[in-house]
Write a protein that binds this ligand. Structure first.
Ligand SMILES: C[S@@+](CC[C@H](N)C(=O)[O-])C[C@H]1O[C@@H](n2cnc3c(N)ncnc32)[C@H](O)[C@@H]1O
Length: 222
């Protein structure tokens, strides 16, 4: 994948202002007041169910620009993961990218939207060992055990810090990436990510910008 250059600038671009403002408000609610999520869950799920069919076409999700910040972020982790989880996987593009990048890892992708998961499942080809699997699940209450994963990724998705930290093993990494940087509807500023992860025993590894996208990498433990 030919990537755009890395830089320190944080360009504002992406979807229309109204979508971006609503997304930012929802994102801030999840990051700062996750207990309000039960009120938001139903409208959010319906919204993404309705978008699922056309998501890849509208957002260019399988393309280089969409995936670039994730592609750079995975180069900042020091160990190849064996078990990876993509949260808010949508049509599964980030999970499938991680599966390609780490051919020995088993990869799971979860999303609250059944329609999104249907699209993601349709992308998995022949996989007799079940290395890549998708399921409907809510990231505020993940159906996995403590320390089950070496790597958790979120691409254009608000972070539920406590659940990310819980399902990561000690020394495991979390990546939060935004395809349009600060212009992404579900964008979480670095300072919020740093504070949120720190509260849950995680340290910042690296934050950066690539093209119009941005990424943040944190590790569980010191
Ligand atoms: C902006 S889309 C991003 C999809 C995909 N990661 C991508 O970049 O193409 C956000 C996704 O997160 C899902 N989502 C939102 N809140 C969630 C939650 N609490 N648990 C699981 N999925 C959630 C939505 O259904 C939607 O598919």
């Amino acid at each position: 994948m030919a990537l755009p250059p890395e830089s320190d600038a944080r360009p504002e671009a992406g979807p229309p202002t109204r979508v971006r403002l609503i997304g930012r408000a929802l994102n801030a609610t999840v990051a700062h007041a996750p207990w309000l999520w039960p009120v938001l869950k139903r409208p959010m799920t319906t919204y993404f169910d309705d978008l699922a069919n056309t998501w890849d076409e509208r957002t260019g999700a399988p393309g280089v620009d969409h995936l670039a910040p994730l592609a750079v972020a995975v180069t900042k982790i020091d160990r190849r993961p064996e078990r990876a989880l993509d949260i808010g996987t949508g049509t599964g593009v980030a999970a499938l990218f991680v599966a390609r990048e780490f051919p020995y890892a088993s990869v799971r992708g979860v999303d609250v939207s059944e329609e999104m998961i249907r699209q993601a499942k349709a992308k998995v080809g022949l996989d007799p060992e079940g290395r890549v699997a998708f399921q409907v699940a809510d990231s505020s209450s993940l159906p996995y055990g403590d320390g089950d994963f070496d790597l958790v990724t979120l691409l254009n998705m608000p972070p539920f810090f406590s659940e990310i930290a819980r399902v990561l093993r000690h020394g495991g990494h979390a990546i939060v990436a935004a395809s349009s940087g600060a212009g992404t509807p579900f964008y979480t500023p670095d300072a919020v990510l740093e504070r949120g992860f720190k509260r849950h025993g995680m340290t910042t590894v690296k934050a950066g910008v690539i093209g119009r996208g941005s990424y943040f990498v944190a590790r569980k433990g010191d």
